[in-house]
Design a protein around this ligand. Structure first.
Ligand SMILES: [Zn+2]
Length: 262
């Protein structure tokens, strides 16, 4: 058992004195700081932040290593501005963090989520795109419809949703319908979604020539784009919902690995 809070003695409330409308001092009960802290700790626990990202913060985002590009510093600036202007100036917009893996996109997304929960009292949750769909599918197959709708309700109504690794899924109509349902619901309710993806934020690479027999071969060689993977309609919806932040550079996890084993 922890020691009771020295401010409120464990009641969770503090009394503040203010001048009332009649000019006489009045005492009001306010939630104590310890209660606000406990709530934040509880909300953080429920946010499903993976253990390897638990200690991420905006301050620990590394932009000074040798291979860091200006895009990382810009991404950090935008992340900070997003966190400090949330929720009024962000007005329901989210962030779409794109770029190859290993550049700390998830680190930034988690850091914003943690900041908003701890400092703004926001409700929020982290889901890998694939994991979320797998979970919904398994609940669905067990026919526990109540649980499915609870999970769907949670991800469509919490203040902040981090959707990690968008597009890294086995494509199916059900997957896309479910994903667009979640994104559209949040968009319509003015709720910010923070999305990361390793795919380039480029349109679908459809050939202009209807009978271009090399199109197939070109597609096979080209790097798959976000438009290829999630379709143009969903990609353009994401541009409306989110500020796009492109992160470029060398994978610094690879870099660190090479450096320490060379
Ligand atoms: Zn207290």
């Amino acid at each position: 058992m922890e020691d009771p809070c020295p401010i409120c003695g464990g009641s969770g409330l503090t009394l503040v004195e203010q001048t009332g409308p009649d000019g006489l001092p009045q005492r009001f009960a306010r939630p104590c700081a310890c209660r606000i802290e406990r709530r934040a700790a509880r909300m953080l626990q429920q946010a499903r932040i993976p253990r390897r990202y638990e200690h991420c913060s905006l301050d620990s985002y590394e932009t000074m290593h040798a291979t860091a590009t200006d895009s990382l510093r810009r991404a950090l600036r935008i992340a900070r501005r997003f966190a400090s202007s949330y929720p009024v100036e962000t007005a329901g917009k989210g962030l779409l963090l794109t770029g190859s893996s290993g550049l700390g996109k998830t680190h930034l997304a988690v850091s914003i989520l943690k900041t908003l929960i701890a400092e703004r009292g926001a409700t929020g949750v982290f889901w890998e795109h694939k994991e979320l769909l797998d979970e919904l599918r398994s609940i669905y197959s067990l026919r526990t419809a109540g649980a499915e709708s609870r999970l769907l309700k949670h991800v469509t109504t919490c203040d902040i949703l981090v959707l990690d690794d968008l597009g890294d899924i086995t494509p199916s109509d059900w997957s896309w319908d479910t994903t667009s349902y979640i994104l559209n619901s949040r968009y319509n309710e003015n709720l910010s979604t923070i999305i990361t993806t390793n795919l380039d934020n480029e349109p679908r690479q459809v050939s202009a020539e209807p009978y271009d027999r090399f199109a197939e071969a070109r597609r096979a060689v080209a790097r798959e784009t976000l438009g290829d993977r999630i379709g143009e309609r969903m990609r353009s919806r994401l541009q409306e919902m989110c500020v796009v932040v492109e992160v470029q550079g060398e994978d610094f996890r690879q870099h660190v690995k090479r450096a320490s084993f060379a």
